[in-house]
Design a protein around this ligand. Sequence first.
Ligand code: GNR
Ligand code: NI
Length: 174
Amino acid sequence: MSDLYDIIITPDPVLKQEAQPINKVDAAVQKQMDKMLETMYEAPGIGLAANQVGLLNRVLVMDLAHKDDGEKPNPIFMANPQIIYESEEMSVMQEGCLSIPRQYADVERPAIVRVKYLDYNGKDAELEAEGLLSHCVQHEIDHLNGVLFIDYLSSLKRNMILRKVEKLKKQNII
Ligand code: GNR
Ligand code: NI
């Protein structure tokens, strides 16, 4: 019934590549957005970028609502997102990534961002985000640029996390 993508785990070259802008949000892109959202809910996660499912177009989905807790879903679909404002004030939050399973670290980012994008219907839209949503949208746009949250850490911390993921893989835990 539910047709999901496989989520790609680090290390994989597709996670280091830059995704390309889409021309328009057509039926194929909408289908990709729907399937990415279902894959994200299933994982579960609060965001997912195209690179994480092996696609190199500039598409991401997010939903901070916890469907399973009975909250109403509130999906956000973005194509060609661009950050048009970022606050000088910074925010530190613990982040995780579905492509780096079970690893978490504090990441510092602009506290507030404004993002311009094409929505599910291909219309121009803007979102101002703070808090977790701000971290999430910046994290997803980073994915589209081939950047992972561990790239902000010291090489010592980054390598420690990468080794832990290797170990989980060898133990067939992921
Ligand atoms: O599920 C996710 N949680 C999360 C928490 C803090 C900051 C960013 C995120 S995104 C992550 C899902 C994911 O890997 N998206 O790319
Ligand atoms: Ni991620």
